[in-house]
Design a protein around this ligand. Structure first.
Ligand code: ZN
Length: 347
């Protein structure tokens, strides 16, 4: 690609001081658009070197001032224990503020994926993101519906058990705990037979089926370890709690601590629609094996009921799963145009 803009790196602190990063590609006058990655990955998921055209190249080609956020879940940042409440409160507002400061824009658009989308919506629903003008929510927003037959379901109680001994889970080889990682590899090699990559099978165990193998090319599959890394156990526990509840709620610390923090025994719900009166497009892969398409359908229907139908759209991507929406070898033909249409329609 000729004259692709150089990366501009912007370091900034979250509201509680945690160091975060934004990377800007000045693609033109549209946007600014901020891309928010999921858990256990980093902003590189939008900028794969192994596909003909990745999502950032696509947006730049269409004239977007494109900002990649690395929030505290990024595997490019040091592993830390955090709840999604922490990131909703401290990361997303600081990131939006930074983009607006640097660009002089009054508002921005966002494309948020998976746990990044879940956190972004928690932040919006709590009223922390008034300057976000429109959003594309990839795969999940405020309702968390996981497939009954996947290993994510099996994981639901496991994070609580593992948290006693483990700070994080990672799909990669891990020099810090080679024995655990070898045992984890042996376990998933016994359980999973879809391919011969132990990294890939550890991923499926951690998150459910992240992509349809038919949708990603061999080089992307061979280099999965460049995209994925540790996910801390506190985040896993919070995601599991929300999957059990079926919707976004504050971290459940147990009755006593909940009473101290929240003034009640149960954690509070994030299902508050008043701050979500803005254009939102929900996108789900029809074959998603991590979050079922019902996840976005429920948030979409709930918001239409609460705020009226005019703000909201929903697209289901046939033949696509979860992360192949962004990492698929022909995603620039199949799924990026759908995301672009959404951004343009909500400009
Ligand atoms: Zn595989």
């Amino acid at each position: 690609m000729d004259s692709f803009p150089a990366a501009e790196r912007h370091d900034f602190p979250a509201g509680d001081g945690v160091p975060l990063q934004l990377t800007r590609y000045r693609g033109g006058a549209k946007g600014p658009v901020m891309l928010v990655h999921g858990a256990g990955v980093w902003s590189g998921m939008f900028m794969l070197p192994t596909v003909r055209e990745n999502f950032v190249q696509f947006l730049v080609r269409h004239g977007y001032d494109t900002w990649l956020l690395d929030w505290r879940a990024s595997v490019e940042l040091p592993v830390r224990q955090f709840t999604l409440d922490d990131a909703a409160l401290h990361d997303m507002p600081a990131a939006v503020k930074k983009v607006l400061e640097c660009t002089g824009a009054k508002s921005l658009q966002a494309v948020a994926h998976c746990a990044g989308s879940a956190t972004f919506f928690m932040s919006m629903a709590a009223g922390h993101l008034p300057d976000v003008r429109s959003v594309v929510a990839s795969q999940v927003a405020l309702h968390h519906i996981v497939p009954p037959s996947t290993h994510l379901k099996a994981m639901l109680r496991l994070p609580d058990v593992l948290d006693i001994t483990r700070d994080y889970l990672t799909p990669d080889e891990d020099p810090r705990s080679p024995l655990f990682q070898a045992a984890f590899g042996t376990l998933v090699d016994l359980l999973r037979h879809e391919c011969d990559s132990t990294v890939c099978k550890r991923l499926t165990f951690m998150y459910g089926q992240l992509f349809r193998h038919a949708r990603i090319n061999r080089e992307t599959h061979d280099r999965l370890d460049e995209q994925f890394g540790p996910c801390n156990m506190l985040t896993f526990r919070h995601l599991a709690q929300m999957a059990r509840a079926g919707y976004a709620l504050g971290f459940d610390y147990g009755r006593e601590e909940n009473r101290r923090r929240y003034g009640r025994e149960k954690p509070p719900s994030y299902l508050r629609a008043e701050h979500l009166k803005r254009p939102i497009t929900f996108v789900s892969g029809a074959q998603n094996g991590t979050y079922m398409p019902a996840s976005t359908e429920l948030t979409y229907e709930w918001l239409r009921e609460e705020n009226g139908a005019s703000y909201y759209r929903r697209k289901v991507l046939p033949e696509y799963g979860h992360l192949d929406t962004f990492m698929g070898s022909t995603a620039s033909r199949d799924t990026y145009p759908v995301l672009l249409d959404a951004l343009e329609a909500m400009a």
